[in-house]
Design a protein around this ligand. Structure first.
Ligand code: ADP
Ligand code: ZN
Length: 594
């Protein structure tokens, strides 16, 4: 039960309690509507108004003239009988039975109370009574019949090829057993998030027609010691009984981080990991259980996981290239009516760096836009807008910048664009916008690479840095002062500069050495690397100096380029302020007109 739910149930218990108290107070008078004070009863007797009474140990019931019924609580009164006799009242005795009233006034509220409680507990999640607090939240998902096939996964042909053999084995394990072929136990799918690793594992199960068990490594992390290990045992137990089948562990890195790293070795994770290793060693893949796992950070995995007989085969699932992107778009466009199928090629060309999940998202957004606009087919305008949305988060037209801020953002963005335009061989500027998108980006300049790149030269990397710094340089030229708006640009520029010096050996002073082992190429960058390099403090200081030098140099360059075109900058920024977005062509025309 999460805290919110608990709070919720406490509230309801309060209400139930309150209802109970109300019932306690008012029930008796509800059933006894004509109670009168004893004194009034006495005076009525004196006044000869009472005709008959029934006396019980606690209560006196009676009738007045005109048949009015009443009762009163009996008070110790030795004179009562005499007084009744004096005024000719007919008296009957009675042994009072309060059982029925007791039942109503005590048992009913209690029953009601528990009833309400039980009802609420049931409503708060069928399986989540308070008895399950503290149990594992790592769920094992099992799909008996997987509908996903290789036809649903595109752009990862090499990975598919490598997995063919596994499918073959799962389909006819007897054949492999007879021939004694060696089948890997564990396959590690490596690649950035959203590239389709889960989808691929599922498709293997789908193609082979075997059950698919899945569990996520990150769900193990905050559990109590011992629970995770039990879960792992449970998972393998279940899988073995359903062999042949596939076990898929998503986010293996969350669970399989190298042991003993970090300030606090995580005992639970360690136990869970150990259990996983034990299970992997304990089963024979020929029994028909194949373990697959996904990670985007194979370098931080515990080496024990990668040893022979464990995850000894790695399959790379990388970001798709242009052809791959087109194939993925086609897969997801199957359920969408397109105005012109050729549009997908343009979109594939526009989206280098996008992964499968992003592309699926683009088509989904585009379809929603078309519906909103009452169109019968998804056209280029929807597709383009969807790409922009996915790039920069949702368009937030209602987010208002004040006039000063808008002007600054406009000059900043034109700064990027002008530097990009002035650098020979740079990527063409596609679009500049000052419509805020998402929280971080106040504006953006979109460049369209003419092709996918896998190698970059030193000067190209330097150009990138200069373009990134162009925004801030423009602010300095126009306002004589910089702002906080360039934080993201600075971070990216610093990352590139660091990679150049530490990983690509592009610094004269430090020479042709790569000081960073585990860094992926910057095309695959998933964030700053956290592995400390094994170099001296002296070198570390030199790296910092070199990074600074490189960035200062490029900043100078950007500023000089912009100073030379200050008039154009002011002019184009004015146009941008009016129109909010301008295209690359418009920018060229405006610049040429100067
Ligand atoms: P990962 O496990 O690598 O993070 P997923 O497999 O969860 O990525 O992908 C998320 C979604 O993105 C999938 O369900 C699918 O709709 C889409 N997707 C990702 N990659 C591909 C691909 N190569 N082909 C088709 N769809 C893809
Ligand atoms: Zn910027």
């Amino acid at each position: 039960m999460d805290p919110k739910q608990r709070q919720f149930s406490i509230w309801y218990m309060f209400i139930a309690l309150w209802v109970l108290i109300l019932i306690q107070t008012f029930l008796p008078s509800l059933f006894n509507p004509t109670e009168i004070p004893y004194s009034e009863f006495k005076s009525s007797v004196e006044a000869n108004k009472v005709t008959e009474v029934t006396v019980s140990p606690q209560v006196i019931h009676g009738k007045m003239k005109e048949d009015k019924v009443f009762h009163t609580i009996r008070i110790e009164d030795p004179d009562l009988l005499r007084s009744l006799a004096q005024h000719q009242v007919k008296v009957t005795g009675m042994i009072e039975s309060t059982l029925f009233r007791d039942l109503l006034s005590w048992i009913l509220p209690i029953v009601l109370f528990f009833g309400v409680w039980w009802f609420l507990l049931r409503r708060m999640g069928q399986s989540q009574g308070f008895m399950t607090v503290g149990q594992s939240k790592a769920k094992i998902y099992m799909e008996k019949e997987v509908k996903v096939t290789f036809a649903d996964v595109a752009g990862v042909d090499e990975a598919k090829e490598e997995l063919e053999e596994i499918i073959e084995f799962l389909k006819t394990p007897e054949k492999f057993r007879r021939l004694g072929g060696k089948i890997p136990k564990g396959i590690l799918l490596v690649g950035p998030p959203g590239t389709g690793k889960t989808l691929l594992a599922k498709a293997v199960a789908g193609e082979a027609g075997v059950p698919f068990f899945s569990i996520s490594g990150s769900e193990f992390v905050e559990m109590f010691v011992g629970v995770g290990a039990a879960r792992v045992r449970d998972l393998f137990e279940q899988a073995k009984s359903k062999a042949p089948c596939i076990i898929f562990i998503d986010e293996l890195d969350a669970l399989g981080k190298a042991r003993g790293v970090g300030p606090m070795a995580h005992e639970e994770r360690e136990q869970t990991l150990n259990q996983l290793l034990v299970e992997m060693d304990g089963f024979d893949s020929r029994a028909g259980v194949i373990l697959m796992a996904a990670t985007n950070r194979p370098e931080i995995l515990d080496p024990a996981l990668l040893r022979p007989g464990r995850f000894d085969r790695q399959v790379l699932v990388d970001r798709p290239d242009k052809i791959g992107r087109l194939a993925i778009l086609k897969v997801h466009a199957r359920s969408i009516t397109l105005a012109d199928p050729a549009d997908l090629e343009t979109i594939a060309a526009m989206t280098p760096g996008f992964v499968g999940a992003d592309l699926a998202n683009v088509l989904n957004e585009a379809a929603l836009l078309a519906v909103r606009r009452n169109k019968d087919a998804v056209g280029m305008s929807e597709l383009q807008e969807a790409v922009e949305r996915v790039v920069g988060g949702l368009e937030k037209k209602n987010r208002v910048l004040n006039q000063m801020e808008r002007a600054r953002v406009a000059h900043h963005e034109i700064g990027h664009a002008l530097v990009a335009m002035s650098i020979p061989g740079g990527d063409a500027v596609h679009k500049i916008s000052i419509i805020p998108r998402g929280i971080a980006a106040l504006g953006y300049t979109m460049q369209l690479p003419t092709e996918d790149r896998f190698l970059m030269t030193e000067s190209e990397l330097k150009n990138r840095i200069a373009i990134l710094l162009g925004g801030r340089a423009a602010e300095e030229v126009i306002y004589g002062e910089v702002s906080t708006g360039a934080q993201d640009d600075l971070r990216k520029a610093t990352d590139i500069a660091k990679s150049m010096i530490k990983a690509y050996g592009m610094s004269e002073k430090l020479g042709q050495v790569s000081l960073e082992r585990d860094r992926q190429s910057i095309f695959l960058q998933t964030g700053p690397s956290q592995t400390p390099g094994d170099y001296s403090e002296q070198t570390s200081r030199e790296i910092d100096c070199e990074v600074r030098l490189l960035i200062d140099e490029q900043y100078e360059r950007a500023r000089d380029l912009i100073k030379a075109q200050e008039a154009t900058l002011r002019h184009v920024a004015q146009a941008l302020l009016e129109k909010e977005t301008i295209t690359g062509e418009e920018l060229k025309a405006l610049a040429a007109a100067q």
